[in-house]
Design a protein around this ligand. Structure first.
Ligand SMILES: [Fe+2]
Length: 293
């Protein structure tokens, strides 16, 4: 049985806020976190009106009703400009933090052009310091070409694993780097976790709905008419799940790709659970396949 993290079943207040003075990835950029209207598609349109003055004196083109609507629309959703900002998920009023980012173009191109059968499909329970050594045998096994681009990919996964471990206060991280060619999680759902990190390295990214539309989306499923939000390609998101507390959990789904011929590469980070493999290196070679969402 893998070691259980204390953070696994604790309420949201137990999720740590990391040291926000230093970006754990770059080591230089202080995080900036802001409530922001995310990308969305659907029926809603953004209201417009003549200029008005907000309570802090700033000019805005939105009227009081529109300002109130915008605040309600973005409640619980934060965006940031660096990995350190992901720690905002620890705040009780935050349900989702999105780090808007882009990977180097050379890495994007390499991933998109790779034969899909060579994409990784692995799961390992590992300490951040062992991540590279743990991943390499899996990557060799699936035939992912060695070289600078593979090293960049592994480095990025390693940085995200380290950031997640600090935020979730866990020694071990359940790392899933999955090749997805179907509609694995097509239904709207909440994850049964306290918090989970997701990023999509190739293909369309995760879709989600604002908290105020969550129950409607869960009921309507395929009939839900929106608005549906979209993570950007390579965005990094930490979602709260239903274990974070009563009423918590961002409703989301995998983008429908079955029949399109497309293959996604998805990174999903969790704290250890009963579904996790044995901690590395004991888990390597166990030939277990997982598909838990
Ligand atoms: Fe999910």
């Amino acid at each position: 049985m893998p070691k259980q993290s204390q953070a696994q079943d604790l309420p949201r207040s137990a999720i740590d806020v990391p040291d926000l003075e230093t970006d754990p990835c770059s080591g230089t950029t202080p995080p900036k976190v802001s409530a922001m209207r995310p990308r969305s598609s659907g029926e809603e349109t953004w209201p417009s009106s003549a200029d008005h003055t907000t309570p802090n004196g700033a000019k805005t083109s939105l009227g009081p009703q529109a300002i109130a609507a915008s605040l309600a629309e973005c409640a619980g959703i934060e965006t940031c400009e660096a990995a350190g900002g992901l720690g905002a998920i620890a705040r009780p009023d935050v349900e989702l933090v999105i780090w808007r980012r882009s990977l180097p173009l050379c890495l994007q191109t390499w991933l998109e052009q790779l034969d899909a059968t060579l994409l990784p499909d692995l799961r390992v329970l590992v300490q951040p310091k062992d991540l590279v050594r743990a991943m390499e045998p899996f990557l060799n096994e699936c035939g992912l070409p060695e070289g600078e681009m593979r090293a960049l990919l592994v480095c990025d996964v390693g940085n995200l694993v380290s950031a997640f471990a600090r935020i979730a206060r866990t020694d071990l991280v359940d790392v899933r780097l999955e090749r997805v060619s179907g509609d694995a999680c097509r239904k709207f759902h909440r994850d049964f976790v306290a918090a989970r990190l997701l990023t999509t390295y190739r293909g369309p990214a995760t879709e989600w709905v604002q908290p105020r539309h969550a129950e409607t989306a869960l009921r309507a499923q395929k009939s839900f008419k929106g608005p549906i939000e979209h993570l950007g390609a390579q965005d990094v998101a930490i979602f709260k799940g239903s274990c974070a507390g009563p009423g918590s959990g961002i409703v989301h789904r995998s983008p429908p790709i079955a029949g399109t011929g497309r293959t996604r590469l998805l990174l999903c980070l969790n704290t250890p659970s009963a579904a996790s493999p044995e901690p590395w290196p004991n888990s390597y070679g166990s030939d277990v396949r997982y598909n838990e969402h």
